[in-house]
Design a protein around this ligand. Structure first.
Ligand code: SF4
Length: 253
């Protein structure tokens, strides 16, 4: 499917989506250069993620899509996952740690997300992702430059040293408003918590609603010096890098 088809089939006003052509082009490029079974997309079912799922399904419905189940997601997120599976006739791949919440408590103490959230994210998110990506050559993500200071230097296509994959960020240049314009025009199912002051959603223990005027990710790890779970920026010298509590990651809130 070419870009004009995607645009004509899905969007009435292309001027709202100046980066759609770029997004579609990069996905088409990787589908031509890599085996489809070696390409996988990851999502937490946030707003950019569901836009990307919608675009991806129209380009090649055989590309696998995973989510990381920390066992601590909002019920509304699990509900959205089920709804999207029905909407797109897809089964998302569930990645998770084999360390239960109870085992984590025994190993590292109660409420690790409070005492050492970087270690908690490493156990529940980064290690399961690293294990899963061993079988793939390309990882497609929904990150955008405007989300955090750390993300602003990300490229649309790059090599990820930690996971040893080509990392593709088709929505890298999209703004928050463009993402939501796309969702509204396409009438895609989205997480209802977005309407209740939660523009960015993670685990229940580490996500709050935000106040008017706050950064959209201000509710993630509120009052902690942490803005990323480590999935995208958790490496150094080719190894999983766990940022400790208090260690600066230069992110913005
Ligand atoms: S977001 Fe919080 S609860 Fe979830 S894995 Fe990270 S530290 Fe743990």
């Amino acid at each position: 499917m070419d870009v004009s088809n995607i645009q004509n089939n899905t969007i009435s006003d292309n001027n709202n989506f100046p980066y759609l052509y770029e997004s579609v082009s990069v996905i088409q490029k990787i589908t031509q250069q890599f085996q489809i079974e070696k390409i996988i997309m990851g999502t937490g079912f946030g707003a950019p993620g569901i836009v990307l799922i919608d675009i991806l399904r129209k380009i090649n419905s055989n590309i696998k899509i995973f989510y990381i189940d920390t066992d601590l997601l909002f019920q509304e997120t699990y509900d959205l996952k089920d709804k999207l599976e029905e909407y797109y006739n897809i089964k998302f791949i569930r990645l998770s740690t084999n360390v239960s919440i109870g085992e984590q408590k025994e190993l590292h103490g109660d409420k690790l997300w409070k005492t050492d959230p970087n270690l908690c994210c490493n156990i529940r998110k980064v290690i399961p992702l690293k294990n899963a990506l061993k079988d793939f050559d390309v990882w497609i993500t929904g990150i955008r430059k405007f989300q955090t200071q750390m993300r602003k230097n990300s490229k649309i296509i790059d090599y990820d040293e930690l996971y040893n994959v080509t990392k593709v960020n088709p929505l890298i240049n999209w703004t928050h408003d463009q993402v939501w314009e796309y969702i509204r025009i396409k009438n895609i199912p989205y997480n209802k918590l977005h309407d209740k002051g939660y523009p960015s959603l993670g685990c229940t223990h580490c996500t709050t609603s935000i106040k008017k005027g706050e950064n959209h990710r201000a509710g993630r790890w509120r009052n902690k010096n942490k803005t990323e779970c480590g999935l995208h920026f958790g490496y150094k010298n080719g190894k999983v890098q766990v940022l400790r509590n208090g260690e600066k990651d230069n992110g913005s809130k």
